[in-house]
Design a protein around this ligand. Structure first.
Ligand code: HAM
Length: 426
């Protein structure tokens, strides 16, 4: 029988690698705690309609990339391709907008699913960390979201970062810009790729983001959204920029930064890695403001902004910058035994030490003493306890500190207390 492999675009995260995930996830959760964002957990699948309405019918995600199926009850279900729509759905469903403390500041971790062409940094199942702030249209919260994102990367040690910023303006600004874009690209319609010919009808701004038509001369002369921002949108953007300036967070403006989801308005941003050898896909994270999405999902008028990053790309960036995470892979204690009686006694000592909060392991493969010491070395045990027939007869156990090489003999009944003290001093 042939082997069954995991589906294309998915990965297994095994011990040795999973510690990195746990480490970065703990740093991200800690940052959220400081910025006062609370965790929310939503289901991995939703009614398809949520993403059609939320992310937008004309987006690549909804048109080509969703894992959609009918469940046994005949409902159309989709594995979530992103987190924002689900968070907003849950905010509306549970009337969280009525809670006393507003804005509502949430974060989440979880697998997302997109049927994309897999390549390095582009998976079909990937893990996003994201935050959403709902219920404030203060430009300072736009800056807070961006600051949290930058802070997260910097705290993990990344330095080659570029923050790219744009404003997509409000509905009126976008409408005017849209008309200008259509007028601009229409004469070149036949020269554009098939997707862009469609986009020109449905969402002409996405033409600016097209990888295939990037070199088309009409791109360079295309009308910029920044020239179409009305007074309100312009002022909003200016304030976001000035708060970022005050915070000392550098950014570059790119009027062609469009984002692939339909719900955005006003602030849009992406963070790129500029590290050498990072690979073809340089975007580490993206986000923006989505005033109007809460209403789209059936809630009251509520402003919103957020961003998401994938852990996969974050780890790639750490790799590209050669950053070693401070992961402690040492084992606290390994127990070596000789003889059957000692083995039994050791099982009980291991149990007691673990109850006392110490990480302990022992041999379960009937290895010779020498091989057990080898295993302790491989596991980089800080301490090795040796229980042989002699020790057992004298009611003692031998303790070796593997860093210093110091050895001492301890009474069996005192070993747990002794080890507790050793680890308190560590
Ligand atoms: P997005 O730009 O589609 O935005 O995705 C955000 C991030 O998820 C990307 O910058 C990238 O790091 C990661 N990502 C996306 N697709 C893949 C993939 N196939 N493989 C690996 N990583 C991937 C959103 O999802 C929005 N919900 C962000 C947001 C939150 N906007 C407001 N709030």
């Amino acid at each position: 029988m042939s082997n069954i492999k995991g589906p294309r675009g998915t990965q297994d995260i095994l011990p040795g690698e999973v510690e990195k995930w746990q480490y970065v996830e703990s740093v991200l959760a800690d940052i959220c705690h400081r910025y006062h964002y609370k965790e929310v957990r939503t289901p991995v699948f939703e009614h398809t309609e949520l993403f059609q309405r939320g992310v937008g019918d004309s987006t690549d995600i909804v048109q080509k990339e969703m894992y959609t199926f009918e469940d046994r009850g005949g409902r159309s279900i989709t594995l979530r391709p992103e987190g924002t729509a689900s968070v907003v759905r849950s905010f509306v469903q549970h009337k969280v907008y009525g809670y006393p403390n507003q804005p509502t500041k949430l974060f989440y971790f979880g697998p997302m699913f997109r049927y994309e062409r897999p390549q390095q940094g582009r998976m079909r199942q990937f893990v996003q960390f994201g935050i959403e702030a709902l219920g404030s249209d203060d430009p300072a919260i736009d800056a807070e979201v961006i600051a949290l994102a930058m802070n997260a990367y910097q705290e993990l040690g990344l330095t080659s970062l570029k923050l790219v910023l744009n404003s997509l303006g409000d509905l009126e600004s976008r409408k005017n810009h849209r008309e200008a874009l259509i007028a601009h690209f229409k004469p070149h319609k036949d020269e554009l790729c098939e997707d862009c010919q469609m986009r020109l009808e449905t969402n002409p701004m996405r033409v600016l983001d097209c990888k295939k038509d990037r070199e088309h001369p009409a791109m360079e002369t295309a009308p910029s959204i920044l020239d179409y921002l009305n007074k309100e949108s312009r002022e909003y953007f200016e304030t976001v920029k000035s708060v970022l300036d005050k915070m000392g967070i550098p950014y570059v403006i790119d009027p062609n930064l469009v984002r692939g989801l339909d719900y955005y308005n006003h602030t849009a941003f992406e963070i790129m890695s500029e590290a050498e050898g990072f690979g073809a896909i340089t975007t580490l994270s993206g986000g923006g403001r989505y005033n109007g999405l809460v209403e789209e999902v059936g809630g009251p008028e509520t402003a919103g902004i957020g961003f998401a990053l994938s852990i996969e790309r974050l780890l790639m960036a750490l790799d590209a910058e050669g950053i070693e995470l401070p992961i402690d892979e040492q084992l606290d204690c390994y127990v070596v035994t000789v003889g059957d009686e000692a083995k039994k006694e050791a099982a009980s000592i291991v149990y007691q030490l673990r109850q006392a909060g110490i990480q302990v392991d022992k041999d379960y493969a009937d290895k010779k003493m020498k091989a057990q010491f080898k295993a302790a070395d491989r596991l980089r045990a800080k301490y090795v306890l040796v229980l042989g027939e002699d020790e057992l007869q004298n009611n003692q156990i031998n303790l070796k500190n593997m860093d210093t090489g110091d050895q001492q003999t301890i009474k069996l009944e005192e070993i747990v207390e002794h080890m507790k003290k050793e680890f308190k001093e560590d």
